[in-house]
Design a protein. Structure first.
Length: 386
């Protein structure tokens, strides 16, 4: 199965938006023969869908593509020959009429979209990875085989089990298209959104701060303990919790980490540059704190908290949100890939409420089609917007 990060790099490469660093990483991944075959198929699919949608002058496309390859190859000074080999391969396919296959051109917006199936996983402290099925009731075992918790369907419940060896952490990873809950050993409940991960101690050390590490998005109901602080680290930001419920969104592509407080009290502090908690920014219920990852500053504003926590109930709420931001959430919730070639549409803003448990991605696209008259084509789990 192709890693999600690599898939994102391939899509960026095909849309000509990769950085030098990303090209180095992609080129390294392609050195493996199996990976090279996967990349080859992506190149075929990308150019095939583009041509099927636009019905262009093939000779003109071939000429322009050759110019782009020569330009990019010179620009990168030959370091990415493997990557650009397949862009060049597309020129050959164009010359042979490869992309005019009837089977492909018949795949239109009426074709059902097949989401990918990925698994929820739990990584133990020794690196062992276990697949979590959402329907099971089973014990959660430590590296030594001791029972440290139990799985009850869509929730893991960890138990307080005495002393803990330092470094005994588990990591729960949720793929696109799924959500999952976990109750930590102190009673804190964490609702994890799609494409998120939480690293946490199997039990908290007595008398020391309770600290977990989050990537992605989570809603937390933190067990109150005035003597032992609870801290959520997102890499650059520490969120200190004083017994409360709040939402935190920290996806890698986001320019800022957003913390929305529902009740209680939290503080935000730059985890990299600040030396003490005098630099804390406190939030009151009903406020959102936005931590700018580049600048390292925090801004506060009053918000409707339900707009940011509705995902827990299976709803996506958009209020004056750009389509390019909406795409990210749709990809995450429905586990599909959306390639948008409509630059004007990307900047358009929309208001919408989507019930992901009851509305298919086809129905969602139909809504946007009525509002904006978008044209798109479907290839397996990929949606390409003209």
């Amino acid at each position: 199965m192709i890693p999600e990060e690599i898939e994102r790099l391939i899509i960026k490469f095909l849309s000509n938006s990769t950085t030098n660093e990303e090209l180095v990483k992609l080129n390294s991944w392609i050195q493996d023969t199996d990976n090279e075959e996967v990349f080859k198929e992506y190149v075929k699919t990308h150019f095939a869908t583009t041509l099927a949608m636009n019905n262009p002058d093939l000779e003109e496309v071939r000429t322009n593509l050759l110019k782009e390859i020569r330009c990019e190859t010179n620009k990168k000074r030959g370091r990415f020959k493997t990557v650009f080999k397949y862009a060049a391969m597309a020129v050959l396919f164009l010359s042979l009429g490869y992309f005019l296959d009837n089977e492909l051109t018949d795949r239109d917006a009426n074709q059902p979209i097949a989401p990918k199936i990925d698994a929820i996983t739990l990584q133990l402290g020794n690196g062992e990875i276990k697949v979590i099925s959402g329907e099971e009731t089973a014990d959660v075992l430590s590296e030594e085989g001791n029972v440290i918790g139990v799985q009850k369907g869509q929730k893991l419940v960890y138990e307080e089990h005495g002393s803990q060896e330092e470094g005994s952490y588990n990591t729960l990873r949720i793929p696109k298209g799924k959500q999952f809950n976990i109750e930590l050993s102190d009673g804190t409940v964490v609702y994890l959104n799609a494409e998120s991960s939480l690293k946490f101690p199997t039990t908290f050390l007595a008398g020391e701060e309770r600290k977990v590490f989050l990537t992605g998005e989570a809603f937390m109901e933190v067990a109150h303990d005035s003597n032992i602080p609870f801290i959520v680290n997102t890499g650059q930001l520490d969120v200190k919790v004083y017994g409360t419920s709040f939402n935190i969104a920290n996806y890698p592509e986001d320019e800022s980490t957003e913390v929305v407080l529902v009740e209680g009290s939290v503080s935000l502090k730059n985890a990299v540059n600040s030396r003490n908690y005098k630099d804390e920014v406190f939030l009151e219920p009903g406020f959102k704190g936005s931590f700018n990852k580049e600048v390292g500053s925090v801004e506060k504003e009053k918000v409707n908290t339900s707009q940011y926590t509705s995902w827990k109930s299976g709803n996506l709420v958009f209020r004056e949100i750009s389509f390019e931001k909406i795409i990210q959430k749709l990809e995450r919730s429905y586990n599909v890939v959306i390639i948008n070639n409509n630059k004007a549409l990307a900047k358009e803003t929309f208001n919408a409420t989507i019930e992901t448990q009851y509305e298919t991605i086809e129905q969602v696209l139909n809504y946007f089609n009525k509002v904006y008259e978008i044209d798109y084509i479907i290839v397996e789990n990929k949606i390409v917007i003209k």
